[in-house]
Write a protein that binds this ligand. Sequence first.
Ligand SMILES: NC(=O)c1ccc[n+]([C@@H]2O[C@H](COP(=O)([O-])OP(=O)(O)OC[C@H]3O[C@@H](n4cnc5c(N)ncnc54)[C@H](OP(=O)(O)O)[C@@H]3O)[C@@H](O)[C@H]2O)c1
Length: 312
Amino acid sequence: MKAMRIHDFGGPENLQQDEVDIPQPGPGEVLLRMRAAGVNPIDWKTCSGGGASGFIEALPFCPGWECAGTVEALGEGVDTLRSGDEVMGFVRFPHPAGCYAEHLVAPADQLCLRPAALDPVTAAGLGLAGLTAWQALFEVGQLKAGQSVLVLAAAGGVGHLAAQLAKWKGAHVIGTASSGNKCFLQSLGCDDVIDYGRQQVENLIHDADLIIDGVGGDTAIRALDCLNPHGLMVTLPSVTAAEVVAAGEARGLRVKGIRARPDAAQLHDLSMLASSGKVMLNVADTLPLSEAAKAHQLSSQGHIRGKLVLTA
Ligand SMILES: NC(=O)c1ccc[n+]([C@@H]2O[C@H](COP(=O)([O-])OP(=O)(O)OC[C@H]3O[C@@H](n4cnc5c(N)ncnc54)[C@H](OP(=O)(O)O)[C@@H]3O)[C@@H](O)[C@H]2O)c1
């Protein structure tokens, strides 16, 4: 089978197409024929030696943590799935999962059935960003109807799902994006849209109950001014999480960094919302698996609207 892999850490050009053996499922695992794999910033960050690279035991490394595929074989003890099932998943994170390949072995308990109304590309793009948004809003953020949520980078993979999920929960949603994404954010249900190129969000908002920060660094630190005294910021970019948490603590504000984790029950719930049209995954573009390097180059520019998805 074909797998996109790096043999050395570095830029997108290091991703190469290798011919490798089809893996065999172990106990509790299934073999999938990949139909689509979502692309996330953690993919190129890890390939460049950051991100989740500390969890790679040996190169070569095949990136990708979310997918949609068809079950082809069952490992010992798997009785929740059958051969031929169409499934979707966010798997093994932060350990290597290898979704950028024609076949994948995945833990059965990290997969859920793909609703017929969700095409494989949409299903593949939902997992990592969707569960990050879900866990940030509902587990860590404990969001309640009527609360005010500020989403920094609301046009991004996590942000556009977080904005819609917060709206679905009954929150007042404020999103930041560049001017070209104003209509997009309104279409997601954002009550207020702030063009970060023209306005400083910290000058406009001072009573947010929850901030979902998809930008990090100085932008996140400045946005601490937007929190009400009892509010919470969930900061997503791990590379700046410690400094943002420290800046919040210094001011007596609550800031938490998180690491998203696979959760098939949450993914099932999210897939139901997506298949009923309550939440929409915006697919910015699809590219063939062989063009994974181009996908990494595009993603690393930081302006994807929604998600990029690779098709096998
Ligand atoms: N901790 C975790 O478990 C976890 C999980 C998922 C993601 N993350 C991290 O969270 C961050 C966001 O992830 P993602 O997948 O949503 O990224 P993404 O899809 O690459 O985000 C792209 C979006 O960011 C927006 N953006 C760029 N600069 C901005 C700014 N200064 N203010 C507001 N929006 C801005 C862009 O909108 P415009 O084009 O309008 O500028 C674009 O739509 C990444 O750093 C990612 O690694 C962490």
